[in-house]
Ligand binder design. Structure first.
Ligand code: FE
Ligand code: FE
Ligand code: ZN
Length: 274
């Protein structure tokens, strides 16, 4: 069975996200740890979180995915922005331990003119200060589209971040279908080739989750504009090949398509039908 969910709002509380996922036909979900543009997270409600854990056990949920705020940029030129990234991720990862054994995804960041090499150095500085030996969360680097000065649109860059992180057993990759396609990896007509390249450069065992999004733009456009499943340049046939692929079909998948809840429910049903 496909493990699939979509992005849900954390403002309704944790247990309610689980119930909403079930109502949509999902068995997992993604949520922002706090306002996507940053700011303070709500205080921890352990009863609410424990109710979610119980619900997830009862209904055989797969791992869920917390997403860091978009403003988190560990390789900014600005010291204060880097400090915010450090404080936010450190706090998020401490909080994630109330939901043990799940996943936390972040955008490696934008080097804003400092160069990819410097960007990678700063990203690893962050990871080397926020990860700890006994943490149960897997931290995922998201594959990026390469818009602006984004780091992480090439598999080689993600490999380099993993190499230079001491506790890299805590790291995995979240492959975003829109981002890799916009980044120039042809998952539409050469899925097998892209996965082979991923395996050769990063190692397929690092792949822990998928973001399923179609793209409003063509292969290699470096744009990052998500489209509904089947309505963009990746197309429905490619999504069928992705969710039925022997390597990919067991991974938790998360929709981040431009949809309201009813649209998500339709896409979940469609993808499960393959
Ligand atoms: Fe993302
Ligand atoms: Fe994504
Ligand atoms: Zn995106």
């Amino acid at each position: 069975m496909l493990n699939i969910g979509c992005h849900l709002s954390v403002s309704q509380g944790y247990e309610n996200m689980g119930r909403q996922a079930l109502a949509l036909g999902a068995n997992t979900f993604q949520f922002f740890t706090r306002n996507p543009r940053g700011g303070k997270a709500k205080s921890i409600d352990t009863e609410d979180i424990n109710n979610l854990i119980k619900l997830m056990e009862e209904h055989n949920f797969s791992k869920i995915l917390a997403h860091a705020p978009y403003t988190l940029n560990p390789c900014s030129k600005d010291e204060r922005t880097r400090q915010f990234a450090f404080e936010t991720m450190a706090d998020d990862l401490r909080r994630m331990e109330y939901l043990p054994d799940n996943m936390y995804n972040f955008h490696p960041g934008s080097h804003v003119g400092q160069g990819t090499e410097k960007g990678i150095e700063l990203i690893c500085e962050l990871l080397n200060s926020v990860l700890w030996e006994d943490m149960s969360t897997t931290v995922l680097l998201e594959t990026m589209s390469g818009k602006g000065s984004e780091v992480g649109s090439r598999f080689e860059e993600l490999r380099e971040i993993i190499n230079r992180t001491e506790l890299n057993t805590k790291l995995g990759i979240c492959l975003d279908t829109c981002h890799v396609f916009d980044g120039g990896y042809d998952i539409k007509d050469n899925l097998e080739g892209v996965l082979e390249e991923f395996d050769r450069i990063i190692g397929i065992s690092r792949l822990k989750a998928l973001h399923l999004n179609d793209s409003k733009n063509v292969l290699g456009s470096h744009k990052d504009r998500h489209e509904k499943i089947g309505e963009g340049y990746i197309g429905l046939d490619a999504f069928e090949r992705i969710v039925t692929h022997p390597i990919l079909r067991t991974l938790p998948c998360f929709l981040e398509t431009p949809n309201e809840l009813d649209g998500y429910a339709r896409e979940i049903a469609l993808l499960k039908s393959f």
